[in-house]
Write a protein that binds this ligand. Structure first.
Ligand code: FES
Ligand code: MG
Length: 565
């Protein structure tokens, strides 16, 4: 077997010699494959910081399987601290990974990813470079008790915020909540947020070892998984097994269905479209909606259910879920260890605890839906499982906020005229508009209405929302307002009709009036004149196409393999 790295190391000349010296290869290492470890541990990212302890285990696995490990640092995408959104940098990290892999003598890669966007960035790079590789997910953070109940990351904070705004949570309780959250330790959000969702989907498409999504970030099982991942990637290099052979349309469709079965984060809709775009596979909104239609909710995990991701893993994790999905999961697809899923589901535990069977689902689906219409010509997404059933068919008057700052400023204003039947519209939240499409879609309920006991309203935006969020929130409206989508033309008081059963989202304003407004519309001058945000805003695709940059989603030239040295 000739490895890619031998183009750097073989030979007796001064160039090959300096390459061997640079990687500190001794004689015993010569001829062995070099396996990179893309390290995203960072003090700026509590979700990924735990990788530091796992790297020696991965290195040991690579060595034991006959490879040479080479750790390299990668920009770390943490949701908590990065502004305006870690999503702005997903494509940048994908580029960084691709180019680091391409430029260096690597034969395979272990990608360390955990917090939301680090996962799709790694998969996008892995399928583009198509070197033998797997992701190692960093596991979920603990769930310390608050008021006697395990704290679900994100979801329980949003609930507490509503309590506080309604005057039912005092300062002491609010501070106690912060102290409790600080005790959760490292790891990803423990609810069905984007990180848990992407960990599950990564496993489904064979880009991580089976049975590993939802592990505890601090447990021994993750240490063992780190070792096994190092071994598995090195063995994949020796067998020349590449991601493209596992990430096929069949496995992508499994991921689209599994996303619905766990009522996962709407962010995953965008990430799956981006991954599909890299591979020339199909993951358009219409296809996803069709695949979601007959999927019921099988995972009882917050925010759509009651448990946490630890419970999901304890009750059998993805293998149990895949088995419970039955003929809705095509088990001819390959898992991350190279076995067919049929082999794994054959020995998976029966549905129990938070994983339900199809005969007694947590809730009837569909859990997600794509809507189209005059307000969203190329589509929008709603997590119906986390919405109020009574609002899924609703017509109300628009209450328009021009951007996030406008919403924050006026939402709790005593003079704001608003009723629970109104439809809150927040625009300028899209991929071009901010840029980076922040998670601003779940606008809070106006304080006055919260005090009256209102817990949900229809909210519509061209932004995203955290997977830990909930409510009747229509997201990813496309085309976005910043590029002149119909959302830009909505005025206060316009009737908007949401009809999820018919998959429609309509702005009930006459065509003549809309044409007049469109003629008057001017794009806002860009505030991003240089650097990455400028490149991003100029080249980013809209949400239904995955928000990749247009030149990254393009097919690779046939003539020159991307990773040719
Ligand atoms: Fe990092 Fe949720 S904030 S996983
Ligand atoms: Mg999140």
């Amino acid at each position: 077997m000739t490895f890619r790295s031998r183009a750097w190391f073989d030979g007796d000349d001064e160039v090959a010699m300096s390459h061997r010296v640079a990687l500190r290869l001794d004689d015993a290492d010569r001829g062995k494959p070099v396996v990179g470890i893309a390290d995203t541990a960072s003090a700026l990212n509590p979700c990924n910081i735990g990788f530091a302890r796992l790297i020696p285990e991965i290195e040991r696995g690579i060595r034991d399987a006959g490879g040479v490990p080479a750790r390299f640092p990668v920009m770390s995408l943490g949701e908590d601290l990065m502004k305006p959104s870690a999503m702005l940098y997903r494509n940048l990290v994908a580029i960084e990974l691709e180019e680091t892999v391409r430029a260096n003598p690597l034969d395979g890669v272990v990608y360390l990813a955990n917090c939301d966007k680090s996962v799709p960035a790694s998969i996008m790079a892995a399928v583009t470079t198509n070197l033998p590789s797997l992701l190692l997910l960093g596991g979920a953070r603990a769930a310390p008790l608050f008021d006697g109940k395990p704290l679900g990351t994100g979801t329980d904070l949003w609930r507490a915020l509503d309590e506080r705004r309604a005057g039912r949570m005092d300062d002491a309780q609010w501070r106690a909540l912060e102290r409790t959250l600080s005790c959760a330790g490292p790891g990803a959000c423990n609810t069905m947020g984007t990180a848990s969702t992407m960990a599950i989907l990564t496993e489904v498409v064979g880009m991580s070892l089976p049975g590993t999504a939802g592990l505890s970030a601090v447990g021994d099982e993750l240490t063992v998984t780190a070792y096994r991942t190092g071994v598995a990637v090195t063995e994949a290099v020796l067998a020349d097994e590449r991601p493209a052979s596992r990430l096929t349309q069949v496995s992508l469709d499994n991921a689209i269905r599994a996303l619905a079965a766990v009522a996962g984060s709407t962010n995953a809709v965008i990430h799956l479209a981006a991954i599909a775009g890299r591979l020339g596979l199909e993951a358009g909104l219409a296809r996803m909606d069709a695949l979601w239609r007959d999927i019921d909710l099988l995972a009882d995990v917050e925010p759509s259910g009651a448990g946490l991701i630890h419970d999901f893993r304890r009750d059998g994790g993805v293998p149990a879920l895949a088995a419970a999905m039955g003929d809705q999961f095509d088990t001819t697809a390959l898992a991350g260890d190279g076995r067919a899923w049929s082999e794994i589901t054959a020995s998976a535990p029966a549905p129990t605890g938070v994983i339900h069977s199809r005969t007694s689902p947590v809730a009837t689906g569909p859990t997600l839906a794509a809507v189209f219409g005059s307000l969203a010509p190329t589509g929008a997404v709603i997590k119906t499982a986390a919405a109020s059933p009574g609002l899924l068919t609703h017509t109300g008057r628009a209450l328009v906020f021009d951007d996030y700052a406008d919403m924050r400023e006026r939402l709790d204003d005593e003079s704001l005229v608003v009723t629970a039947e109104d439809v809150i519209v927040v625009r300028t939240c899209g991929p071009v508009g901010v840029p980076g499409m922040p998670e601003w879609g779940m606008a809070p309920i106006p304080r006055r209405l919260v005090e009256q006991g209102v817990t949900d309203m229809v909210r519509i935006s061209d932004g995203r929302m955290s997977g830990t969020s909930f409510g009747t929130v229509v997201l990813h409206v496309s085309p976005e307002s910043a590029v002149g989508g119909p959302l830009a033309l909505v005025h206060d008081g316009d009737p908007i009709e949401l009809d999820v059963p018919s998959r429609r989202l309509s702005l009930l304003v006459g065509e003549d009036e809309l044409a007049r407004r469109r003629a008057d519309w001017r794009p806002a001058p860009t505030r991003h004149l240089r650097g990455w945000p400028r490149l991003y805003a100029e080249r980013v695709l809209q949400a239904p196409d995955g928000c990749d940059l247009d030149f990254l989603a393009a097919p690779l030239p046939e003539t020159r393999p991307f990773i040719e040295p």
